[in-house]
Design a protein around this ligand. Structure first.
Ligand SMILES: [Zn+2]
Ligand SMILES: [Zn+2]
Length: 488
């Protein structure tokens, strides 16, 4: 049922607004942005074509979020300069309220506008600044801008083409989330408050019509070699390093964004390998090599390490990182739950103190498989490590953004068993020159010693072998289980 209707000033098609909070609508026939006012419907001009972004929800979908009914009314497509992402305008409770839903960095976010709150000026913002919003404290994690490049359906605001939005994303302890939206700087700011939620809370009960013909293929076609790269995390990845030719593809743009040599040997943990940790099954979806230069200016030494991105539908993303002495299990940490008051020397988290150990940078050198962010080769972040025993809290910062994570050692035999890899694999060998030995890690410290580790072996014969496939042009075969199968 429409709350308002009329005809498109550009093409004459019928325009209906489904909820009272909608101010504008992109005409589905001529793509003009039509704005409703006291004077009727006005045409703001044609909206650019949408890019076919991978996405889990679409305009017109209805369902529930944590039991609360919602309908996706519209979406905006934004871009930082590395290809678009979507934010969804959603009506809740059959039109009685509205908000935004977004999926980013492997997490879902829901926010609603809250008025009457004072915030700092955009120029004063920086990552880790504490901002009180009403009764709750939030901590800034990201200060950025994005350009609205396209839109679809109904919108709570009219965005002119090329509208740049300056914003800060903030977190609160316990999963709170807020966006401070400064618009293009010409109008008053808007505050959106909400929370981070897991995918299992979002249930799409009825799908709306798909506006762009979406081929929900089980694979991504490499724009360089035409190879079919299996999608291991569904519609969640944004970039993929092709196993057949090495090219890094942007999935939405269907373009190669970087060339790299094809990897000639299997990663230490094969892409597609599945392992069960603490009762949760993860699939290995990417292998990334990062590196840094160490030493004095005249005696610089290059050092690199391997990172493996794991994904599980109910949990999201985890990392396994192989450094010079051990394997580390890495999980994200909410920046708002850290005590950073003495961060020059130590940081407290979960009742434990972590002493500052070292600071360095880390540069992305190679990407194989699919990742959830707009990765580029050469991406560099500043890293500061804080330690408590063998556990590490790491702070990675770059371009107005900060990400914290917690790492704990996991013994190689545990990983080998979980992924069904040979115990004497090179993955279990560590740099012999290192002072601390790998025997530390096999003693079962950290959480691995205390939780009952359920290791279930997944038949993973299909994981090995795709790199040996000599036919680079998509000779790999997609298995029904979504793992690389490669061989005939
Ligand atoms: Zn029209
Ligand atoms: Zn390729």
């Amino acid at each position: 049922m429409a709350v308002a209707q009329g005809t498109c000033p550009s093409c004459g098609a019928s325009i209906e607004f489904g909820v009272g909070s909608s101010i504008a609508k992109v005409c589905e026939y001529c793509r003009s942005t039509v704005v409703r006012s006291d004077r009727g419907l006005e045409n703001l001009g044609r909206c650019a074509e949408l890019v076919n972004t991978p996405s889990l929800i679409e305009v017109g979908d209805t369902g529930t979020l944590g039991g609360r009914p919602f309908r996706v009314m519209g979406r905006v497509q934004l871009n930082h300069g590395r290809g678009p992402w979507d934010e969804y305008y959603v009506s809740f409770d059959y039109g009685r309220s509205w908000g935004w839903l977004a999926y980013a960095q492997g997490q879902w976010y829901a926010t609603s506008q809250v008025s009457g709150l004072a915030v700092p000026g955009y120029q004063e913002l920086r990552p880790e600044l504490d901002v009180p919003l009403g009764q709750q404290w939030f901590r800034v994690a990201e200060v950025k801008s994005g350009t609205i490049v396209s839109a679809e359906g109904e919108l709570p605001e009219a965005f002119p083409a090329g509208f740049t939005r300056y914003y800060a994303d903030c977190y609160a302890a316990g999963g709170g989330f807020a966006t401070l939206d400064y618009g293009d700087g010409t109008k008053p700011y808007t505050v959106f408050i909400g929370y981070v939620f897991s995918e299992s809370q979002l249930k799409v009960e009825q799908q709306g019509p798909r506006s762009i013909h979406k081929v929900k293929a089980a694979s991504i076609k490499c724009a360089n070699c035409g190879g079919d790269v299996p999608k291991l995390s569904g519609e969640r990845a944004t970039r993929v390093g092709c196993p057949y030719c090495g090219a890094v593809n942007d999935i939405a743009l269907q373009q190669v964004v970087a060339q790299q040599e094809r990897l000639m040997q299997q990663p230490l943990i094969p892409i597609g390998a599945r392992g069960v940790f603490d009762g949760v099954e993860y699939i290995t979806i990417a292998s990334i090599r990062r590196g840094a230069m160490f030493g004095d200016d005249d005696d610089l030494e290059h050092f690199s390490w391997e990172e493996f991105l794991l994904w599980s539908e109910g949990i999201g993303y985890r990392w396994l990182v192989k450094d010079e002495t051990s394997w580390m299990w890495v999980m994200p940490v909410n920046v708002a739950e850290l005590d950073l008051s003495q961060a020059h020397a130590a940081v407290s988290w979960g009742g434990r103190s972590f002493a500052k150990r070292n600071a360095q940078d880390a540069t992305v050198e190679y990407v194989l498989g699919e990742v959830y962010w707009k990765v580029e080769l050469g991406d560099k972040v500043d890293v500061a490590d804080y330690v408590n025993g063998t556990d590490v809290l790491s702070r990675e910062s770059s371009d107005g953004e900060v990400i914290w994570s917690y790492s704990t050692q996991v013994p190689w035999p545990v990983l080998a068993q979980a992924f069904n890899l040979p115990l004497d694999s090179p993955a279990g060998k560590f740099d012999a020159s290192s002072s601390s030995s790998s025997s530390d890690s096999s003693s079962g410290g950290g959480v691995w010693g205390t939780i009952a580790l359920v290791v279930v072996l997944i038949a993973c014969g299909a994981c090995v072998g795709f790199l040996q496939d000599s036919d680079g042009g998509g000779g790999g075969v997609v298995g029904g289980s979504g793992v690389f199968t490669g061989g005939k």
